[in-house]
Design a binder for this molecule. Structure first.
Ligand code: DGL
Length: 280
């Protein structure tokens, strides 16, 4: 394995960019290649089998075509559904976002009452309550699925007043439950974090699972001797989307605020579900 090879990151859509942003800040010498499977999102309501199969397709493209040295599943739903399978079957290290989020939430809470907002799939999997219970038996968790928040982000409405109102209405419950920590258990949600803070109260600590995960990525690179020997340039990063690249570019540019235009490309899903980049 060549240390100068890229790190791959995958999500159902633009949400995984919240992880990319943290990774660029913390390990800027690395090269990043991202896939947002926007054509088939949301993953939240999809069956376990579908999420596993889509995640493998993205991973295989990145391994076979891009020679990635490490894969980050920058999606809580795909982590909940597919992480163990990918870790068993892929020849490179695979890192998910849930364990790091759970550990950070346990460190953050004082009263052991932790809220979790995530997709339907992540909530159904019980991945966060299970991970938290393993760390701290006294913890009490309150989960809520928020698929509409994913749509708000993907439709580029996350700065709007309507978004603020929807978030406030959906999260009112958490005030009653007296949580002191809220896990943003979907990588789309950090784009709404200021509205979320307003809704639950500024005393509640928000845990961004992607932010926490980047420390694990950094440590894994060190432990496995995989850190890049060269300083990669941001112009080497590539952003694939399976839907409209122009639309994706708007959100990615807004969120990442890059110094130079992003290299956003369309990745085509072919036939039974392998992926191919066709120069357009
Ligand atoms: N960003 C994703 C997550 O972290 C999934 C959103 C979706 O496609 O439903 O769970």
């Amino acid at each position: 394995m060549n240390n100068n090879n890229p790190i791959g990151l995958v999500d159902s859509g633009a949400g995984g960019l919240t992880v990319v942003k943290q990774a660029i800040n913390r390990i800027p010498n690395e090269q990043f290649i991202f896939i947002g499977d926007t054509q088939r999102m949301p993953y939240g309501p999809k069956s376990v089998e579908e999420v596993i199969s889509y995640t493998f397709q993205m991973a295989n493209f990145l391994i076979e075509q891009k020679n990635i040295k490490l894969l980050v599943i920058a999606c809580n739903t795909a982590t909940a559904r597919a992480l163990d399978k990918l870790q068993q079957q892929l020849p490179i290290p695979v890192i998910g976002v849930i364990q790091a989020g759970a550990v950070a939430a346990q460190h953050a809470t004082k009263n052991h009452l932790i809220g979790i907002i995530a997709t339907e799939g992540t909530v159904q999997s019980n991945a966060y309550p299970n991970a938290l219970k393993q760390i701290d038996i006294n913890v009490e968790t309150f989960q809520q699925s928020e698929p509409e928040f994913v749509q708000i982000v993907e439709s580029n409405q996350y700065h709007s007043l309507t978004a603020k109102q929807i978030v406030a209405a959906h999260l009112a419950n958490f005030k009653v439950q007296k949580i002191d920590t809220l896990v943003l258990g979907c990588t789309h949600f950090p784009l709404l974090s200021s509205f979320i803070k307003d809704a639950v109260g500024h005393h509640v600590k928000l845990v961004d699972s992607g932010f926490e995960t980047v420390q694990i990525i950094e440590q894994t690179l060190i432990d496995q001797n995989l850190s890049s020997f060269v300083k990669h340039d941001r112009s080497e990063d590539i952003f694939y989307t399976t839907a409209d690249p122009d639309r994706f570019d708007v959100i990615a540019t807004d969120w990442l605020a890059p110094e130079m235009p992003l290299d956003v490309r369309h990745l085509k899903i072919i036939g039974s579900g392998s992926m191919q980049y066709l120069q357009e």
